[in-house]
Design a protein around this ligand. Structure first.
Ligand SMILES: Nc1ncnc2c1ncn2[C@@H]1O[C@H](COP(=O)(O)OP(=O)(O)OP(=O)(O)O)[C@@H](O)[C@H]1O
Length: 294
């Protein structure tokens, strides 16, 4: 029999919309204990997950599993990027966009059992002004909603819907110029999203054709919404049909430069400051992911 794989779970104890996770009991029950030896580390503060993941690379673990929302997954990935240590994911956030793209269940016991039958695959990573994103970065309305969400005390899909309506009423589009590889694009958009994965989370497909393995960024530019399009845009987003919208431009590129007066951006759902000039790049196959077959 081959030796057991040593797994470190890095879990954010404050993430997730619901009741606190009973992780040890769930892992004991659903992970194949004949094949995996495991230990759990609970993060103590922001940034902690990156440090713990970096240390795990020096120790004799075979796999690190991030347990939390997209913020925690991003932090664990920062510690593992460009190494040979694969990252598994147990999604416990509000949107779980990357996990959904990878076919990892939102149901935590199922996501743990999926580890028994996963494989290691290299994926691309996105970089927004040298900050790592795995799933989606954006400027415009999505950054405004991410900022409102950061300052909101409730998590979950309903909070997203409520904040989206509230922020829509206050949103002002900003003039923006992009250089998409060599092509210049001028726009005053509702949303500019630069995607590596295909969805924000909750099956909201902002970049319906995005692949994590194609070495390309997927750019989605959504024009400002009038009242009628407030209904058709979410419909197209959730039915993966944004490519049928004449108000939405979809492009791919290796490098995108964004000149904007917007103050905020979001990367993997966390708000950061946008600069006057922002450079977004892709690093092909730079992170090993342990996930169900994609
Ligand atoms: N022990 C901790 N105390 C406070 N904050 C923490 C702790 N551990 C991690 N964090 C921070 O919590 C933030 C939110 O984490 P995460 O995105 O995983 O959960 P979430 O906000 O519930 O998920 P989602 O954004 O999908 O709703 C991250 O920025 C992370 O750095």
């Amino acid at each position: 029999m081959s030796p057991k794989r040593k797994v470190l779970f890095i879990a954010n104890p404050i993430s997730g919309p619901g009741a606190k996770l009973k992780l040890p009991a769930l892992i004991t029950r659903h992970l194949d204990n004949q094949r995996f030896d495991w230990t759990i580390y609970k993060t103590k503060q922001r940034g902690d997950a990156t440090e713990r993941a970096q240390k795990a690379v020096q120790e004799n673990f075979d796999l690190v599993v991030a347990v939390g929302g997209d913020g925690t997954i991003n932090e664990v990935a920062q510690g593992l990027i460009f190494t040979t240590m694969p990252m598994g994911i147990i999604p416990n956030g509000s949107g779980n966009g990357l996990a959904k793209h990878l076919g990892i269940s939102d149901h935590i016991p199922t996501a743990i059992s999926q580890l028994n039958d996963s494989q290691t695959t290299p994926i691309d990573t996105g970089w927004f002004n040298d900050q790592l994103f795995l799933n989606v970065a954006g400027i415009g309305f999505d950054a405004q909603v991410a900022h409102a969400f950061d300052n909101h005390d409730r998590r979950g899909l309903l909070s997203y819907i409520w904040l989206s309506i509230r922020e829509y009423l206050q949103f002002t589009p900003q003039a923006t110029e992009l250089i998409v590889d060599q092509l210049k694009v001028k726009t005053t958009p509702f949303i500019i999203t630069i995607a590596n994965g295909s969805q924000y989370g909750n099956n909201a497909f902002i970049a319906p054709h995005a692949s994590l393995e194609d070495g390309l960024l997927n750019l989605t530019i959504v024009a400002p919404l009038n009242i009628a399009r407030c209904l058709t845009f979410p419909y197209k987003l959730f039915t993966k049909s944004l490519s049928n919208s004449k108000h939405t431009q979809l492009m791919t590129a290796k490098k995108i430069v964004i000149h904007t007066s917007a103050a905020k951006a979001q990367i993997d759902g966390e708000t950061i400051a946008a600069q006057a000039t922002n450079t977004v790049e892709i690093k092909p196959k730079s992170l090993l992911i342990f996930a169900p077959k994609i």
